[in-house]
Design a protein around this ligand. Structure first.
Ligand SMILES: [Zn+2]
Length: 359
């Protein structure tokens, strides 16, 4: 019963690794090696969680630690020491939990049949761990980097300035309520655009910065709109709604590959619902107002987008201006979730006008 485990001991003061043998000794852990004989109370050992493959590291009092490369031998030893997994880890490892998740998904499918997609998708999100958002988002960004996006050509100083202006505006929000996000600058074949990916990436194109003449207030409004999509997990909701539910079920089983392959395509082709866009616009208006910036900056943005899409209107004496055969940026439709891909309709402009009028 009292088996030994080989491990390495670090005293927390030097980089030296001491080869040691671990052994349970009643309610204490005995650590023995060359010129080393320690005994630590089991409850003073910070056992690592059994979540990942790879080396196990247990923290000991006074900065010392134990390292073990053989995860399965370590886990067996930890169990022998009476170490039980936390609820989360047990849930992740339990087949019963997986089956329960699938049962929940089955209930969900029934709910979809009964009440329709949007409500069911909303309910489904509760079952999807945020790590899935992160995995999908980075896969989507990798794919977009291969096909649509290029590195940004903006000067680092300008990128910094725009990022800082956005963070400054967010500083007016209670910190705990701001969803995880990081700004990614790209130049693109999707023209002047911005979009958020599940997990927190907000991509902003050089072309959008150029369209608004680098106006940091407008960029902040656009980024806050994308932050609204992140806050409400619209990207994930969309994936669930466009039929990725089966794929997400496979992800629950641990097979991410099919979902990773499909997510960029699905995110590219589908578009958010009007309600989702309203929620994101509301976030934009709120962030701008709380930061002391008039939401009217978004009206100017939508007007510039509209002018870009209808160049004949923006050219002086437009009637005689030659009309390019295909002036509407074809790429705009290549990315359904992006801010410039849906029309800046009168309702949205009216919303920001009303938000600007309320003080
Ligand atoms: Zn949007």
């Amino acid at each position: 019963m009292t088996e030994e485990l080989g491990a390495e001991y670090f005293d927390g003061r030097s980089a030296r690794a001491w080869p040691v043998r671990l052994r349970r000794d009643g309610e204490r852990l005995r650590i023995r090696g060359d010129g080393l004989d320690l005994s630590v109370a089991l409850r003073e050992v910070a056992w690592p969680e059994r979540t990942r493959r790879g080396a196990r590291v247990a923290e000991l009092p006074a900065g010392a630690s134990l390292h073990c490369a053989d995860a399965s031998a370590w886990d067996a030893f930890a169990r022998q020491c009476g170490q039980r997994d936390t609820l989360v880890v047990r849930a992740q490892w339990s087949w019963r939990w997986v089956l329960a998740s699938l049962a929940a998904l089955a209930v969900l499918l029934a709910a979809i049949y009964q009440w329709g997609m949007p409500m069911a998708a909303q309910a489904a999100l509760a079952f999807i761990p945020y790590s899935v958002d992160e995995a999908l988002g980075s896969a989507a960004l990798r794919s977009l980097d291969q096909h649509l996006l290029q590195p940004s050509k903006l000067a680092p100083a300008q990128r910094e300035q725009l990022g800082a202006a956005f963070e400054l505006a967010l500083a007016a929000q209670p910190a705990a309520t701001v969803p995880a996000h990081h700004l990614e600058f790209r130049s693109s074949r999707v023209g002047a655009n911005a979009f958020a990916l599940p997990g927190g990436s907000i991509v902003l194109t050089d072309e959008l910065v150029a369209l608004v003449d680098g106006d940091a207030d407008v960029v902040t409004g656009v980024l806050a709109h994308e932050l609204g999509h992140l806050r409400h997990r619209h990207g994930m909701r969309l994936l669930v709604q466009v039929g990725a539910l089966g794929l997400i079920a496979s992800a629950v089983f641990g097979d991410f590959s099919s979902l990773l392959a499909a997510a960029p395509v699905l995110l590219g082709q589908a578009a958010y619902s009007r309600d989702a866009e309203r929620e994101a616009d509301a976030e934009s208006a709120r962030v701008l107002k709380d930061a002391g910036i008039s939401p009217a900056v978004m009206i100017a943005f939508f007007e510039r987008l509209a002018a870009r899409d209808r160049p004949e209107d923006s050219v002086a004496g437009g009637a005689s201006a030659p009309k390019p055969a295909d002036h509407r940026p074809r790429e705009a439709s290549a990315l359904g979730i992006a801010i410039a891909s849906h029309p800046a309709d009168a309702e949205r402009i009216a919303f920001f006008r009303a938000a600007a009028a309320q003080r």
